[in-house]
Design a protein around this ligand. Structure first.
Ligand code: PAF
Length: 275
């Protein structure tokens, strides 16, 4: 993979990377589309990264659909599909190197999933070193992941432009996610309430409400009323560093994670307060 990419770059071609865990849906394909026009050669990676799954999470059952993914990508200008196995990515066994960004990962999904973002940070750093892309695209649905990747790239001077791509939604507002496959038909009916609830919080913020803790509590209660089994968090935060608002921010982000049956769904919505 590195030889191929270096060969391209040596010829002055710009290389793009879309890192994924496969089971590609329209959200992933939007990542591909968003880079396709900006680079000369496009690499999609598919790797279900064991390091970012915690004990009791869905590593074993995570949908692996390589042939369908290959077919889906054939409609796009993809120059290389990099789909290594775990042995190839981690030939020395579990890495002893840890990339930790505690200021960004001690909260929200990082608090609920210890070690998850260290696993993401390590594999993204490895993929950047293997593929050596000029640009790499990440979905805004995984908002905390996006901030982790941006900060990691900046702090380690990785010469990669991180491109954020807006969340792709089903017609009823549900953010596209491979984990939506875990929903039963009844749960699928309930699932759009996650985004609706975030939109409600955003409306309140735009209307001038600033009691963040009360807003978060009300929204969590609403999700439970809708039938979500367990609400990990509903939070209003600052966009870049994910810290609680200090007051006067022009822009905030509302984030939520909640369990619905076997699926843990996440979503977020940025809110402009000075339109
Ligand atoms: O967002 C994902 O699919 C994964 O977390 C990523 C960025 C491919 C790293 O494994």
């Amino acid at each position: 993979m590195r030889d191929l990419s270096r060969n391209w770059r040596g010829r002055g071609l710009r290389v793009g990377l879309v890192p994924t865990m496969g089971n590609l849906h329209a959200g992933h394909l939007t990542l591909v589309e968003s880079l396709a026009g900006a680079v000369d050669r496009l690499v999609v990676s598919i790797f279900v990264n064991p390091l970012q799954f915690g004990a009791g999470e869905d590593y074993e059952s995570y949908p692996r659909t390589l042939e369908a993914d290959r077919r889906a990508l054939s409609a796009y200008p993809v120059d290389a599909l990099f789909a290594p196995g775990a042995q190839e990515m981690y030939p020395h066994g579990e890495p002893v190197t840890v990339i930790d960004l505690p200021a960004l990962t001690g909260t929200l999904c990082g608090a609920a999933r210890p070690g998850h973002f260290a696993g993401v940070a390590l594999v993204v750093a490895k993929l950047f070193h293997i593929v050596e892309p000029d640009e790499a695209a990440f979905g805004a649905k995984d908002y905390q992941q996006l901030q982790v990747v941006r900060r990691l790239t900046a702090d380690l001077d990785l010469p990669v432009e991180v491109v954020a791509v807006p969340t792709v939604r089903e017609p009823d507002g549900l953010a596209m996610s491979s984990r939506n496959h875990y929903l039963t038909p009844a749960e699928r009916e309930t699932a759009p309430a996650l985004y609706e609830t975030l939109r409600g919080v955003a409306r309140e913020l735009r209307a001038g409400r600033r009691e963040y803790a009360a807003l978060e509590r009300e929204a969590a209660a609403l999700l439970q009323e809708h039938g979500f089994d367990e609400v990990d968090y509903v939070a209003v935060r600052r966009p870049g560093d994910l810290a609680p608002p200090a007051g006067g921010e022009p822009r905030l982000v509302c984030l939520a994670a909640a369990r619905l049956g076997a699926a843990r769904l996440i979503d977020n919505l940025e809110v402009d307060l000075n339109p």
